[in-house]
Ligand binder design. Structure first.
Ligand code: PRP
Length: 216
């Protein structure tokens, strides 16, 4: 039996994914060891392999078929723009992709001013401002703690994910516009979907049933 390989975004999403998978009989004992430096884990009996990757690399592994299935946030899927099938909303890791800044920046947005936008998500920011809002902006790519940018004057606004809203609040910033809702999604390689249709469809169907049952 060929292995079905899962690429999981390391961290909280991976942990939640593994506990969801456990409920449909998919598990990996090796992965529970918190101290391991191993990168790839196997369940020989089920013919499954799992690896943890940086979130932004998960769509890449899946597009190239190095992983058959991936679990990663919608934010990362949109930003990476890879060719793959998005098959399921897992319902956790919910957050919103937003334009945020000090409330004075609302005015600048309204007048379509030539503003600077700091973001870890330059592709999403570009798509939103150029294609949806038809507003010319300067996008500045950042790698973290993006909320700093409007505070220290690097940019007028930011495009970032907001979960509880406390990072914005504690820094005197607010949501100015909502771009989209995000959550953890299951993605599948396009060739794997055909070659391993039966096994992959079963995983999707079982997860779907579990999620629907929980929401009821
Ligand atoms: C994310 C995001 C916000 C924060 C939002 O950052 O970029 O900064 O979480 O969460 P909240 O609305 O619940 O406050 P992350 O923790 O990934 O760190 P980073 O900015 O350094 O990448």
């Amino acid at each position: 039996m060929r292995y079905i390989t899962f690429a999981l975004a390391k961290g909280r999403l991976a942990k939640k994914t593994m506990s969801l998978l456990e409920e449909i009989g998919i598990f990996c004992e090796e992965m529970k060891d918190e101290n391991t430096r191993k990168l790839i884990f196997t369940n020989e009996k089920l013919g499954l392999r799992f690896f943890l990757a940086k979130a932004s690399d998960v769509p890449t592994y899946v597009e190239y078929g190095a992983a058959d299935i991936g679990v990663v946030g919608k934010d990362t899927i949109l930003e990476e723009g890879r060719k793959l099938y998005e098959v399921l909303d897992l319902g956790f890791g919910r957050c919103r992709m937003c334009v945020a800044g000090p409330k004075e920046a609302k005015e600048l947005l309204m007048h379509k001013a030539l503003i600077r936008v700091g973001s870890k998500y330059p592709a999403i920011a570009k798509d939103y401002f150029y294609h949806k809002k038809h507003q010319t902006v300067e996008i500045i790519k950042l790698n973290g703690s993006v909320e700093l940018a409007p505070i220290v004057g690097l940019s007028e606004v930011i495009v970032d994910i907001v979960e509880t809203g406390s990072t914005l609040k504690e820094n005197g910033l607010e949501v100015l516009e909502t771009i989209c809702e995000c959550s953890a999604r299951m993605v599948v390689n396009e060739v794997s979907m055909k070659m391993e249709q039966e096994r992959i469809t079963k995983i999707i169907t079982d997860l779907k049933a579990l999620i629907t049952e929980r929401q009821a």
